[in-house]
Design a binder for this molecule. Structure first.
Ligand code: ZN
Length: 250
């Protein structure tokens, strides 16, 4: 399983692409989240991006799904014919349809390829485009869900945004790679978000081999990296702050 970090930025970090990860396994590719500027990164950085099989939307904040009008429009321009699978929390079809219609009112009517929606409730387990997909609720906005992706014996856990809970610990158990939102360093955590230290402790409890921390608040990411690195020495898991474009194989 190969993971390409197309973006690692939080919602309003002007210097970064919003968090978005392309996961490839067994010849299939699923994109995890597609925020404001992530569609552009995807089409720029990924060979044959118009051929990606599926998309997971973790929740309905703009920095996680407002890149969809651009992405679907780019697929259309490239003459895509292959069906595209869009997975997400309850309401996924309505949210995506409204968003794309606002941007390009005629696009969905002429798009030329199938768009199939897969709606997940917390606890659902489904098989989409070669990936086993299971989810749990996470404490963020409304219907936000974390995801466990399985393919060819490899396991990836991705939070989207949110404060970690016991269901997340169960869902993430023994994942080889955890991609966790961590907004602050430690101390008081912004409501509905995680921190670096909370994420490291979570990784140890869930026995995650390698943790990639994303969605860091701009000041934490740019000014407090030395403190962050000191904290890492406390951890049994390997903890990484990936850069945009970084690739991990598990
Ligand atoms: Zn959010």
């Amino acid at each position: 399983m190969k993971c390409v970090f197309l973006g690692i930025g939080s919602a309003f970090d002007a210097g970064q692409t919003n968090v978005s990860i392309l996961v490839e396994c067994g010849g299939n590719r699923i994109l995890l989240d597609c925020g404001f500027n992530a569609g552009h990164a995807c089409m720029n950085m990924v060979p044959d991006a118009h051929d990606i099989d599926a998309l997971w939307i973790s929740h309905f904040h703009g920095d996680h799904f407002f890149g969809l009008p651009f992405l679907l429009g780019s697929f259309f321009n490239a003459g895509r014919e292959k069906t595209f699978h869009i997975c997400g929390p309850e309401g996924i079809e309505d949210k995506v349809t409204q968003t794309v219609n606002l941007a390009y009112p005629s696009l969905l009517g002429k798009i030329g390829f199938g768009v199939v929606f897969h709606e997940f409730k917390p606890g659902d387990v489904k098989f989409v485009s070669g990936f086993g997909v299971s989810t749990c609720a996470i404490d963020h906005s409304g219907s936000a869900q974390a995801i466990r992706l399985e393919c060819a014996g490899k396991v990836l856990f991705y939070t989207g945004d949110g404060a970690l809970n016991d269901d997340c610990t169960q869902l993430a158990k023994n994942a080889q790679l955890g991609i966790l939102e961590a907004y602050s360093l430690d101390g008081p955590v912004k409501k509905g978000h995680s921190s670096i230290m909370a994420s490291v402790n979570f990784a140890i409890s869930a026995r995650i081999d390698t943790v990639c921390l994303v969605h860091l608040e701009n000041f934490v990411r740019t000014c407090r990296v030395k403190n962050v690195l000191k904290q890492f020495s406390l951890s049994d898991s390997t903890v990484i702050i990936p850069e945009q474009g970084q690739v991990f194989e598990i």
